[in-house]
Design a protein around this ligand. Structure first.
Ligand SMILES: Nc1ncnc2c1ncn2[C@@H]1O[C@H](COP(=O)(O)OP(=O)(O)OP(=O)(O)O)[C@@H](O)[C@H]1O
Length: 234
């Protein structure tokens, strides 16, 4: 038995024969808010994709609630409770907002859940995905993932390219989700919001975890974290 909701042990993964994720071991507890940070190209997206079963896993194991999920297809992992909001958002441009949402529905979820969360999507429900602003597309991608009823949600740079007011609103939504017991893994370049949101931060460099700390205890080693991410943590 394990108290980790998600557990990676010695995971090596990449695309084809390449090794991008190198010997990563990480436990994520139920209800935890985890931030994953790191410079461009260090493997953050690949790590989330590996959890989702979208890369080639060369070694190690991934468990959800103590049960190995290695070898499962992405849709099977989704059915077991892992949701992802990819950096590319991956909405269907030719479908309406409502059709995009219906594509993500599972477990008796309703459209109203999405519309209560993002009233803007209700106003735009008959518009095509391609007609949405960047912020609306991100709302749609998040709402669609949530309609799958995930127990853990992986968010890949959800604030990228969005106006500050939208970023603030989305961070509020992620906070509410976590307060309701959903485990949230947030990959973020905006280190300030990531650290205010998270209970724990992990930094990646060249596919390895090089730093791990509870955010409440960061005061003493924040400079070390900043060295790894190469950004001012503001
Ligand atoms: N589909 C792919 N096929 C082959 N290599 C890939 C693929 N996607 C990413 N890579 C490579 O994997 C490495 C890690 O990329 P990844 O996107 O995981 O990094 P990241 O930390 O998320 O970067 P960013 O912050 O820019 O999104 C990079 O060298 C990238 O070129």
């Amino acid at each position: 038995m394990t108290d980790a909701l998600l557990e990676l042990n010695g995971v090596v993964a990449g695309y084809g024969d390449t090794h991008i994720i190198r010997n990563v071991s990480l436990k994520v507890s139920k209800g935890e808010r985890l931030a994953i940070v790191g410079r461009n190209g260090v493997g953050k997206t690949t790590m989330l994709a590996t959890v989702m079963g979208q890369t080639r896993q060369h070694a190690g194991s991934i468990k959800l609630r103590g049960v190995p999920i290695d070898g499962l297809q992405a849709h099977e992992r989704a059915r077991r409770g892992i949701g992802i909001v990819p950096q590319t958002r991956d909405i269907f441009p030719s479908l309406s907002v409502e059709e995009n949402l219906i594509a993500g529905m599972r477990n008796g979820s309703t459209l109203d859940e999405a519309y209560d969360l993002f009233p803007r999507l209700k106003e735009r429900r008959f518009n095509g995905g391609h007609q949405l602003s960047g912020g609306e597309q991100q709302m749609l991608s998040i709402a669609r993932a949530l309609l799958g009823g995930p127990e853990i949600i992986l968010l890949d740079e959800p604030l990228e390219g969005l106006a500050p007011v939208i970023c603030e609103m989305l961070m509020g939504v992620f906070g509410d989700l976590a307060d309701k017991g959903c485990t949230v893994v947030l990959v973020e370049q905006h280190i300030g919001p990531a650290l205010s949101f998270a209970d724990r931060v992990v930094a990646l460099d060249q596919g390895r975890i090089v730093f791990e700390e509870k955010t409440a205890k960061l005061a003493n080693n924040r400079a070390e974290l900043e060295r790894y991410i190469g950004l001012s943590a503001t």
